[in-house]
Design a protein around this ligand. Structure first.
Ligand code: RBF
Length: 175
């Protein structure tokens, strides 16, 4: 398939729709922090970032989060957290891969991506959770291992799946 602007725009549209659909599969991983829900939609944003540019990945994150907010969640804090997490994950992965386009840098990207998103989101949650749940900081601190663990698990799963399908998917778009 030719990698031109018609392909790009239509593929982004299709992938955004698929990502929005995948968000509906969301389910909590840890009962102790059941406001954190896993869904695989970020994989589509990451794939688009590999096929086209990192900006295209971010566009998919934005479209799927706006649509999911309007269609289901209605929770501006939750959807914003999902969007920030998506960016903090896909950008490190994609920019590290761009340094050297080989398997080693792809895997290094996944590792750094998981570490960056887990660090950023755990820290951010320490400020957001007390406001969101109206609980004291000491209570929030008890959730820290669950929040960190959730992010490590969520984005490790996404990385493994992405690592398994990426080559096959990106090949479709090669000239
Ligand atoms: N999603 C993440 O991927 N990582 C997070 O650290 C994270 N923190 C959240 C914190 C709060 C208070 C809320 C409400 C949501 C958070 N989310 C996070 C998003 C959540 O997992 C889910 O995708 C959204 O709430 C959409 O239903």
């Amino acid at each position: 398939m030719k990698n031109n602007s018609v392909t790009r725009i239509s593929t982004i549209g299709i992938m955004s729709a698929l990502a929005t659909g995948l968000m509906f599969l969301e389910f909590p991983i840890f009962p102790a922090a059941n406001f954190l829900k896993y869904d695989p939609s970020d994989i589509l944003a990451l794939l688009a970032g590999f096929i086209f540019t990192p900006l295209d990945g971010v566009i998919i994150l934005l479209i799927k989060d706006v649509l999911f907010y309007l269609l289901k969640s209605g929770d501006i804090i939750g959807i914003t957290m999902d969007f920030i997490a998506g960016i903090a994950y896909v950008l490190p992965v994609l920019y590290i891969y761009r340094l050297r386009k080989n398997r080693a840098f792809e895997i290094l990207g996944y590792i750094v991506g998981v570490l960056v998103v887990s660090g950023v989101m755990t820290l951010l949650n320490m400020f957001v959770v007390p406001v969101y749940w109206k609980i004291p900081f000491a209570e929030t601190l008890k959730l820290l291992p669950w929040i960190a663990g959730f992010n490590v698990l969520k984005f490790t799963i996404n990385s493994v799946v992405n690592g398994l399908v990426r080559v096959r998917i990106t090949k479709i778009f090669e000239n």
